[in-house]
Write a protein that binds this ligand. Structure first.
Ligand code: SAH
Length: 363
């Protein structure tokens, strides 16, 4: 995990255009301390800067009132790396969808998902943020809205962290969990995703076990990811119990067969000691029959894993259907009978077009 080098003093004095400078968000206390010292400031300013960036939500260095007026003026143009709120909408279930505008004008989507204590989540309410990792997505999975809009670029480290801070500040509540399940395929942006994970853990203060990265599977990337020995949760979008069906739903599966993907997932478990979550979208009549459940159970037998079923959320472009509750329950029952750990994710935020698969960075 290499850190982005911080702005050097030379750059500052040459007053290079601020947009070209790497933003501060994502830098840790040591890096911020080194930077303030380069500026001729005392070391303790680094810790203050860290506090203001990550916990006070400051958006411009000019607003850090504990700094001298003179220095604030000098560094006012150095970007912290915060986005602009473009649109916000709240679903009746409390889920909030945000469209955020980045420095180059691109729009991404982030979702804040509060879990209320009365929903049986224990005494303390949780706040989960679903972050994007790319502008758009190149994977083009048939059932997902994101891919329909094409792909623009990877998000930088600060653009990922900013999403979490934005939700935290809006809810005025500490974020407890982050799921990398928004726009994009995280493992096509591994370096920035790793840097963001590290900063969310160390700078924002979210436990590694409360961070989840979801991938459709990119050859060799799961193994590479495992080498970092993180304690985060890896979720793999499986969606089918066999290669033939998976290929129909996920174009990239052709070049990366299910067997190879599962072999890499096994390596992930061996290397990290963490079980893998398999996500499985339920499409009525397509992959939700009891025989599919049985085939899935056979594939996953003896695998340290957990299956997370996601009943399909409708999107305009395709005419899949969500199975009814009885069919969902029948699928669950087969897996349970086969001793496969399983849960159903009834998506939140449907009314705001903020549920799994509905994100497309538009209202
Ligand atoms: N690219 C990553 C991250 C996206 S996560 C991945 O594929 O894992 C979003 C999750 O929602 C994935 O499991 C995805 O397959 C699922 N999903 C996509 N479209 C959906 C839809 N219409 N209904 C329900 N889930 C969907």
């Amino acid at each position: 995990m290499s850190a982005t080098p911080l702005v050097s003093q030379v750059d500052l004095h040459n007053s290079v255009k601020s947009a070209l400078l790497p933003p501060l968000l994502g830098a840790n206390v040591a890096e911020l301390t080194a930077w303030v010292q380069q500026q001729g400031q005392p070391a303790y300013r680094g810790k203050q800067l860290h506090e203001w960036i990550y916990h006070k939500g400051v958006r411009s260095l000019a607003d850090i009132s504990v700094f001298s007026k003179q220095w604030r003026k000098e560094v006012a143009e150095i970007p912290i790396g915060r986005s602009i709120l473009h649109y916000r909408s709240e679903a009746p279930d409390g889920t909030v969808k945000y469209l955020l505008q980045l420095a180059d004008g691109q729009i991404i989507e982030t979702v804040g998902i509060p879990t209320f204590a009365e929903r049986g989540e224990g005494p303390k309410a949780r706040l989960t943020v679903c972050v994007s990792t790319q502008v758009g997505c190149p994977m083009a999975c048939d059932f997902c809205a994101t891919g329909k809009g094409g792909y623009k670029r990877n998000l930088a480290r600060h653009e990922i962290i900013d999403q979490v801070l934005t939700v935290q500040e809006d809810f005025q509540q500490r974020v407890s969990n982050v799921v990398f399940m928004g726009l994009g395929e995280p493992l096509l942006n591994t370096e920035n995703v790793l840097a963001a994970l590290k900063s969310l853990n160390q700078d924002v203060g979210i436990g590694q076990r409360s961070l989840t990265v979801s991938t459709v599977g990119i050859r060799d990337r799961i193994r590479q990811f495992a080498q970092h020995h993180l304690q985060i949760t890896l979720a793999v979008s499986l969606h089918a119990p066999n290669q033939a069906l998976r290929e129909k739903l996920i174009p990239s599966a052709r070049a990366y067969p299910l067997e190879d993907l599962l072999a890499e997932c096994r390596e992930y478990v061996e290397i990290t000691g963490r079980r893998v979550t398999f996500e499985y979208i339920l499409l009525a009549g397509v992959n939700d029959l009891p025989e599919h459940a049985l085939e899935l159970a056979k594939r996953l037998r003896g695998f340290q894993s957990h299956v997370n079923l996601i009943p399909y959320n409708p999107i305009q472009e395709v005419d899949y259907e969500r199975p009814n509750r009885d069919r969902i329950q029948a699928f669950v029952n087969v897996l349970k009978q086969q001793q496969i750990a399983v849960s159903v994710r009834y998506s939140r935020g449907l009314e705001a077009n903020a549920a799994c698969g509905q994100l497309r960075a538009s209202k």
